[in-house]
Ligand binder design. Structure first.
Ligand code: NAP
Length: 374
């Protein structure tokens, strides 16, 4: 028995030391392609890159090789791109747990930005749905750049009544709001939905999509944003500096939570017995937050009647087409807070990181030539 205990003890110690050594090795050998990024001959473009994790000043505007589309790809000249909290999570490598996939010490992928709009410049020979000159929007890693290439299957024609700045603000926030309300939240016409964080990037879409789905929408925001949220169609607006939605007598079919500032049990109190809580975002944390709330929701599940869920949005062409139709019909209009030129991307990301953006923050992309003339 004693011998077995000793074997187990030494095995556990060896495992811990092995893991520690592996982690040290993986951390110090974690690297990226930054040394080889600069364009060497051929056509070039400006793009934002980050070689190290850190504050917004790690974002640098560099000259890279202009991408060339293969037979299946579309080359797009970017006109606008928008900033999401997603971008600063990658820029900082926080919560740290995400570095397990993205590079422990340095980001593996040094390009940043996702949502964009622009004009098709060239297409590969097997591309059937787009031609040069088409105005499009979508999402692609590395959107903070003058050009992106991508497969046609996730690219959408821009509605004419929407500007490039607005179309470039759609993908992540619009899809998240739509999928959170309709798919995870199963929102039905006539139901009551509460949107916590109604004045932010996702929230401003969610208020409008909630109304388009026929729901009774309550938005939660601070005093300065009450009029904005009301103007988007909210039936009722709660100013969180004056009232606490978890303490009122109102009960909701669905809470779509972009803020995560209330406990799960407090939110549960504001739900109908068959209501649903859908967590989209939560408080910032360096190690695992907001994923700890996801774990708590999972543990709480067997003990409460209401559904407590977390969702991560997915790229889906049909959903992007639905967003396009809603925009075309004037039922959804992306809300733009501020715009910044590509060379001031770090300021745009820093602003979004404050958590005070009202709607979307957009980066506009001018011609390389006109930037040079400034
Ligand atoms: N799960 C997913 O797939 C997914 C997708 C997209 C985003 N997200 C996450 O969802 C969250 C929201 O994203 P976002 O793009 O909407 O962020 P955002 O645009 O940065 O949100 C900023 C807004 O949040 C509001 N806000 C801050 N504290 C609040 C509070 N206590 N109550 C109500 N509103 C408050 C701010 O209004 P005031 O200044 O007036 O307070 C501001 O308008 C982020 O955590 C993001 O990472 C998740």
């Amino acid at each position: 028995m004693k011998k077995l205990k000793r074997i187990l003890k030494w095995s556990a110690l060896a495992l811990v030391l092995g893991l520690f050594a592996w982690f040290q090795f993986a951390y110090w050998t974690s690297t990226n392609n930054c040394d080889a990024l600069a364009a060497s001959g051929g056509e070039t473009m400006k793009a934002v890159v980050y070689c190290d994790y850190g504050a917004p000043d790690v974002l640098k505007l560099e000259t890279l090789a202009k991408p060339v589309p293969n037979d299946e790809q579309v080359l797009i000249k970017v006109r606008a791109a928008s900033v999401n909290p997603y971008d600063w999570h990658f820029m900082r490598g926080e919560p740290f747990i995400m570095r397990l996939g993205n590079g422990l010490r340095k980001p593996k992928n040094t390009r940043i930005g996702v949502d964009f709009s622009g004009v098709v410049e060239a297409v590969g020979k097997n591309v059937t749905q787009f031609k040069p000159g088409d105005e499009v929007f979508g999402g692609r890693t590395g959107a903070f750049a003058e050009y992106v290439v991508m497969l046609e299957k996730h690219l959408i024609l821009k509605p004419e009544n929407i500007s490039f700045e607005q179309a470039g603000a759609v993908q992540i926030a619009g899809l998240t709001a739509l999928q959170g309300l309709r798919d995870t939240g199963k929102l039905q016409a006539g139901q009551k939905v509460l949107i916590n964080g109604a004045s932010g990037g996702v929230g401003t879409f969610a208020v409008q999509i909630g109304k388009a789905l026929g729901a009774h929408v309550t938005g939660v925001c601070s005093t300065r944003n009450v009029e904005l949220v009301r103007s988007l169609g909210a039936d009722h607006v709660i100013d969180y500096t004056k009232d606490d939605f978890t303490k009122s007598a109102e009960r909701y079919d669905l809470i779509l939570d972009m803020v995560g500032n209330k406990g799960l049990l407090e939110c549960r109190r504001a739900l109908k017995p068959d209501g649903k809580y859908v967590m989209i975002g939560g408080p910032k944390g360096r190690w695992i937050a907001p994923l700890d709330t996801v774990v708590r929701a999972f543990l709480l599940k067997p003990f409460v009647e209401q559904e407590m869920k977390f969702m991560i949005s997915e790229i889906n062409r049909d959903d992007l087409l639905m967003l396009r139709d809603l925009m075309q019909a004037g039922k959804v209009t992306p809300v733009i807070d501020k715009t910044y030129p590509l060379e001031r991307t770090s300021e745009a990301v820093a602003y979004v990181e404050t958590g005070r953006a009202r709607g979307k923050v957009v980066i506009t992309v001018a011609d390389q030539q006109s930037v040079a003339q400034r």
